[in-house]
Write a protein that binds this ligand. Structure first.
Ligand code: BGC
Ligand code: NOJ
Length: 810
């Protein structure tokens, strides 16, 4: 069952029923100001940091679901309705929500009145702008009222939700004309406030929540709206809100438009006040002038579309498969932008107050984003590396606003350091900017401890190389990619965090997954050494990688698949000898994509085992059999009920690893079939089962052991975004940026017989056509570049050439 449809021409998903199985959201903003917006108008806004600079309040785990947002109420006689259906839930005569690239549009109607509400965050501005157009489609004139509503958060979202003894007394606002200013804490250490304004004279306003709603009322039945009379309330402590009241008289056929703006405004510290207690409004007033008319609004929206069209023109494909095209050309890349911006901080599943930017997460998010805005990826690499410790280990997370490592969680996740090599290599392959390796970057944000980025990578590499266990496999520390495999934790008390309890390292527990990573990214490191002329170091790195491969063959192989780990007692994890958790997906995917086992048949065996033991119709489960009991020596992985999350869920992030591994074996059909199983556009038809948005990936789909097998959770912020885009674009379609040119090496299903690709890369445009009329799954037979045959599958750079026309026969 579907709840909408893809409009590929407009790059939108159009939701046609407000009652989606779960809120289906969109992200507005791509630089500093962000808004989460659901298909019923729910969500909230923040500036840079969802925890520290939250503009509007949101209550999680809310009842009714997704209660709270930026709302527009229309009062038409006795009927009050919202274009997004919530919060009044008045039945609408028509409803559509269009989630597009950086904007959302609601088109609804009730009793002959049509509303069109468009919201976006303008490029380069720290605000959300909303255009509301009301049209009278009846034969009689209408006297309507339009009420806006936002509820301000007192900036620190965590404190806002917990520290009521203080917060009920700190709220302050100012009102001037149609502009409402939220200025809590501005009197003391803040030099920023929020503005909520409309470009028309108001009939009234409210800034005090209880006055607006009425005692014991909710958003569903605000007293002011139903009575039609604003109270011009001034918040004093308690809960400051912003609400405008506009009287809208419409002749038959007439339309009227209003532009609302919700902004984050910052003043210089020495220019905070206009007069004692009166805030400096100059920057706010200047911004209002920029969005005073519909024409200005439209021009800014057109600028946003041009921005996205330009970004997406970097890589486009025509494969003959409509779903693949729409995912690759639009939604994969869009989701990659969002994960790059948010890491795992703010979604409808991540509260924005828990996790900042993940070290490993952000490094991986780069893979899917770096071709779009390499400069921002560069800055991100420097930010991440700046939180690394001198011994090469890393803070697991850092806060986006301060860019400082988060000491609550600390370090000890032993895969983290290697991801820095991965992210940096991906950046240089795209940009060829080797100068980044010479950047001087602090350790632990301490400038006195700064070294080149190359030195950071060296310490990453050496951290793994020097932290090996009894089988010469890497020590796991607190956990590796699988945060829940806590082999040194031994937690017995409820509430202890598996992520931080126990020692950060043990001398015995080892990870075969990190071993696979070391092979993959150790080799990347060796290549970088060679590019820097450090041949001896490159030789030594390759030797260490080869030793690691031997260690995997010797002690990391279980007979039919790769072992997962050794626990703190040296017992096997992920072996046929175990009762539960006999096989894990991570080392199968990652070892094979790193090239381990290609020479001796282990790779094929591992893939066969994945297919036989882990694959379901909804994707590949992370492990089997699911752990039925809690295991002290394994930690959080065994804490989840069978089928969920890391305990035998379909943890989407590592499905593309298996698909990529299949491409390493030349299996185009297998790779594509795995790709499709978790790809949202291919499960759109079963939205009632899948439940999350059909245009983006979710972190997890319930596995076979769970009650609701196939049900997804934690949509949007997941490493699945970057990895599936890398898989689809670089491994299946096979277009890979590289140091010496563009590699074109498709591994496609035999159903794709004709493939057209455009790729902008290193200052040139590549127009690529692949003829697969032979219905091959893998293998470039012939490549002609600008009329000349070239051997192999890399289009080499040619001085001065800005357009490459590439004809490939498979
Ligand atoms: C989740 C992981 C997550 C970790 C860190 C665990 O409860 O299962 O997926 O990465 O918490 O927040
Ligand atoms: C989610 C985390 O963000 C990610 O870093 C981790 O790899 C996965 N969970 C698996 O545990």
């Amino acid at each position: 069952m579907k709840f909408g449809y893809f409009d590929d021409a407009r790059k939108e998903y159009v939701i046609t029923s407000p009652k989606t199985p779960l809120p289906w959201i969109n992200y507005l903003g791509c630089e500093s100001f962000f808004r989460l917006i659901s298909n019923t108008g729910g969500g909230y806004a923040f500036y840079k940091d969802a925890k520290l600079l939250r503009l509007t309040r949101y209550r999680y785990n809310n009842v009714p679901s997704d209660d709270g947002g930026h709302y527009y109420y229309i009062k038409d006689g006795d009927t009050v309705w919202n274009p997004g259906w919530q919060p009044t839930q008045t039945a609408l005569d028509s409803y559509e929500c269009h989630h597009g690239l950086g904007y959302s549009i609601f088109k609804s109607s009730k009793n002959g009145v049509a509303a069109e509400v468009t919201t976006f965050v303008p490029i380069g501005k720290n605000c959300e702008v909303t255009s509301v157009t009301l049209t009278n489609n009846t034969a009689a004139s209408k006297d309507l009222q339009l009420f806006s509503y936002v509820e301000f958060c007192l900036w620190n979202a965590m404190d806002d939700m917990t520290n009521f003894q203080r917060n009920f007394s700190t709220g302050e606002v100012e009102v001037k004309g149609s502009a409402i200013y939220h200025k809590t804490e501005y009197r003391e250490r803040r030099n920023h406030y929020a503005l909520f304004a409309v470009n028309a004279p108001v009939a009234g306003f409210d800034t005090d929540r209880d006055s607006f709603l009425g005692a014991y009322n909710g958003y569903r039945n605000p007293e002011v709206v139903f009575s039609g009379a604003s109270k011009n309330s001034m918040a004093s402590g308690w809960a400051p809100i912003g609400s405008h009241n506009l009287k809208v008289s419409l002749a038959p056929g007439e339309s009227k438009n209003f532009i609302f703006i919700l902004a984050y405004i910052e003043n210089p510290r020495d220019d905070k006040w206009e007069s004692r207690g009166v805030i400096n409004k100059k920057p706010a007033e200047a911004l209002m002038q920029e969005f005073a008319t519909k024409a200005q609004f439209d021009a800014s929206l057109a600028e946003l579309s041009a921005y996205w069209n330009n970004l997406l023109s970097t890589f486009t494909v025509k494969t003959g498969d409509e779903k693949l095209d729409r995912m690759v050309n639009i939604w994969h890349q869009y989701q990659c932008m969002v994960t790059f911006n948010m890491s795992r901080s703010a979604s409808y599943y991540e509260s924005g107050i828990g996790r900042g930017m993940g070290f490993r997460d952000s490094c991986q998010d780069l893979f899917g984003f770096v071709h779009l805005i390499p400069d921002r990826a560069r800055q991100r690499i420097i930010d991440i590396a700046s939180t690394q410790f001198e011994d090469g280990s890393a803070y697991h997370q850092y806060q986006p606003l301060t860019k400082k490592g988060n000491s609550d969680i600390g370090s000890g996740f032993n895969d983290d350091p290697l991801w820095l090599i991965a992210g940096t290599a991906a950046y240089i392959k795209e940009s060829h900017d080797f100068s980044i390796l010479d950047e001087i970057v602090p350790f632990d944000n301490d400038e006195s401890k700064a070294q080149t980025l190359m030195e950071h990578l060296r310490r990453s590499f050496n951290y793994t190389r020097t932290h090996l266990g009894p089988h010469k496999l890497p020590l796991i520390g607190r956990a590796d990619w699988n945060d829940c495999l806590n082999l040194n934790c031994f937690s017995e008390e409820p509430g202890e965090s598996f992520q931080t309890f126990g020692p950060s390292e043990g001398p015995v527990a080892e990870s075969v997954f990190i071993a696979g990573m070391f092979v993959k990214y150790g080799r990347e490191y060796a290549v970088l050494c060679r590019k820097k002329g450090l041949n001896d170091e490159a030789d030594a790195a390759e030797a260490a990688v080869n030793d690691m491969i031997q260690a995997i063959y010797k002690d990391g192989w279980d007979g039919e698949w790769f072992l997962r780990a050794y626990d703190a007692f040296g017992e096997k994890v992920g072996s046929h000898e175990c009762e539960d958790g006999q096989i894990f997906i991570e080392p199968q995917g990652f070892c094979v994509l790193a090239g381990v086992g290609l020479e001796n048949g282990y790779a094929q065996k591992a893939m066969d085992s994945v297919e036989a033991k882990l694959e379901t119709k909804y994707g590949v489960m992370i492990l089997q059999p699911a752990y039925k009991d809690y295991h002290l020596n394994l930690g959080e992985v065994s804490s989840y009920p069978p089928g969920y999350k890391e305990n035998a869920g379909i943890f989407c992030h590592n499905n593309p690893w298996v698909s990529i591994a299949e491409t390493c074996l030349g299996h185009g059909n297998r790779a594509f079939s795995l790709y499709k199983k978790i790809c949202p556009a291919y499960v759109e038809e079963i939205s009632e089962i899948h439940r999350t948005e059909p245009y983006v990936y979710s972190q997890m789909v319930a596995g076979r052991d769970a009650k609701n097998h196939g049900e997804a959770k934690n949509s949007w912020l997941t490493g699945t975004a970057a990895w599936t885009f890398v898989n689809a674009s670089q491994h299946i379609i096979g277009v890979r940026p590289d140091y010496d040119g563009l590699v074109i090496d498709p591994c496609i299903p035999d159903t794709i017989t004709d493939l057209t690709i455009t790729r902008k890369f290193s200052g040139a445009v590549y127009n690529i056509h692949v003829d697969n009329s032979a219905k091959s799954q893998y293998g470039v037979k012939k490549m002609i570049v600008n009329g000349k045959e070239v051997s192999g599958c890399t289009v080499p750079f040619e001085e001065g050439v800005t357009e490459y026309n590439v004809e490939i026969t498979m």
